[in-house]
Design a protein around this ligand. Structure first.
Ligand SMILES: Nc1nc2c(ncn2[C@@H]2O[C@H](COP(=O)(O)OP(=O)(O)OP(=O)(O)O)[C@@H](O)[C@H]2O)c(=O)[nH]1
Ligand SMILES: [Mg+2]
Length: 186
């Protein structure tokens, strides 16, 4: 067993637009019971937050999601999922404190919703990957097209995942961890 003092813990943020699947992703991969802060969506939010594509969605994250996974022995990842609604932007700076990397979850049916997340991490120099969450019925776009649409730096990896599937999410996290570590050793 790895001695406790040699366990490395990394903080990774999971961001992206409203309803992109952030809470789903943290829940799919976490080895502890994830902490959730879901509140019911109200009628008042209907004109503001589009539910196109996720019509069954009943709740939204109002503070954060929290989960943990051991990527390999001695390397733990603490996952912090951000709230998707714009009115919770004030929480982001605090959530981002100490984050070594991030996943920007994208839904190709409304790619523009992840612009603010991309912008946030670019400005703060936090390494991130863009992970396209493959929703059923959404058109598949090649990674290069997603990169162009989001005007991403060539160094930003574009990946594909299913936020509901543990192994798929784990692969994304391994890539973020590698990216974060490469950045730190430079
Ligand atoms: N078909 C499909 N549905 C998904 C997938 N990921 C998430 N969903 C569904 O999409 C809806 C939104 O998922 P959430 O995980 O709540 O999204 P979120 O990004 O946390 O939402 P906010 O916190 O409100 O921004 C839920 O109804 C999920 O069941 C996916 O990969 N495929
Ligand atoms: Mg959520």
């Amino acid at each position: 067993m790895t001695p406790v003092d040699s366990i490395v813990a990394l903080k990774i943020l999971v961001a992206g637009g409203f309803g992109a699947g952030k809470t789903t992703l943290v829940g799919a991969v976490s080895e502890i019971r994830p902490l959730r802060t879901e509140e019911r969506l109200s009628e008042a939010g209907r004109p503001v937050d589009s539910l196109a594509g996720v019509e069954d969605k009943r709740t939204t994250t109002v503070a954060m999601d929290f989960g943990r996974i051991d990527i390999r022995e001695g390397l733990a990842v603490y996952l912090f999922g951000t709230p998707g609604q714009d009115r919770f932007w004030f929480l982001w700076d605090e959530l981002a404190l100490g984050a070594l990397g991030a996943v920007v979850l994208a839904d190709t049916r409304r790619l523009e919703d992840c612009f603010p997340s991309v912008d946030f991490f670019e400005r703060r120099g936090i390494p991130f990957v863009v992970a396209v969450n493959r929703f059923d019925g959404a058109r598949d776009y090649p990674a290069e097209q997603v990169r162009i649409a989001l005007d991403l730096d060539p160094a930003v990896p574009v990946l594909f995942c299913d936020a509901r599937v543990r192994d798929s999410v784990k692969e994304v996290l391994v890539d973020v961890v590698e990216l974060a570590m490469a950045g730190r050793s430079r």
